[in-house]
Design a binder for this molecule. Structure first.
Ligand SMILES: [Zn+2]
Length: 154
């Protein structure tokens, strides 16, 4: 809540108050740190959600609710390999990545990190991806898979 009277007083006495609060902090470091920690823990979940929501809005023009809807539509699985995300960050499973068309910015689907990176490594080029599949098929003759027949005629 903004209080214009307090704000005016604060602006006028900014230096003095700063000195006071610094001195108070030095005297009560433990107490201040504990209060700060308690405040952080109390608001952590909400802050994480707010941060994520702002990130999604800023980067993809979508809300956290939009993301959750997409995730639900995909049953929480990657749109390419059909598996859940396995990569971890800070010991927690990452969220599925938001895949979007680099040129148009249109969001396509949610992908696991491997598939998302894989698409990028193949430069999102359909011909190169087809070549890669044909290459794998061609070299799987020894295993008797697909009898060496190409899947795509280029
Ligand atoms: Zn995947």
């Amino acid at each position: 809540m903004k209080n214009p009277i307090k704000d005016k007083y604060y602006k006028k006495n900014k230096k003095k108050l700063g000195i006071k609060s610094k001195a108070y902090y030095q005297k009560n470091k433990k107490k201040c740190k504990a209060m700060c920690r308690a405040h952080y823990l109390k608001n952590r979940e909400g802050n994480i959600k707010n941060y994520r929501n702002n990130y999604l809005k800023r980067t993809f023009n979508m809300s956290l609710g939009d993301y959750d809807k997409l995730l639900k539509n995909q049953n929480g699985l990657c749109a390419i390999c059909g598996q859940p995300e396995t990569q971890k960050i800070k010991n927690k499973i990452k969220s599925l990545a938001i895949d979007h068309n680099e040129e148009t910015g249109v969001i396509r689907s949610l992908l696991c990190m491997s598939c998302n990176i894989g698409l990028g490594m193949f430069r999102e080029n359909i011909d190169i991806l087809k070549n890669a599949i044909n290459y794998l098929i061609k070299h799987s003759i020894q295993k008797g898979e697909r009898n060496g027949k190409e899947l795509f005629n280029m």
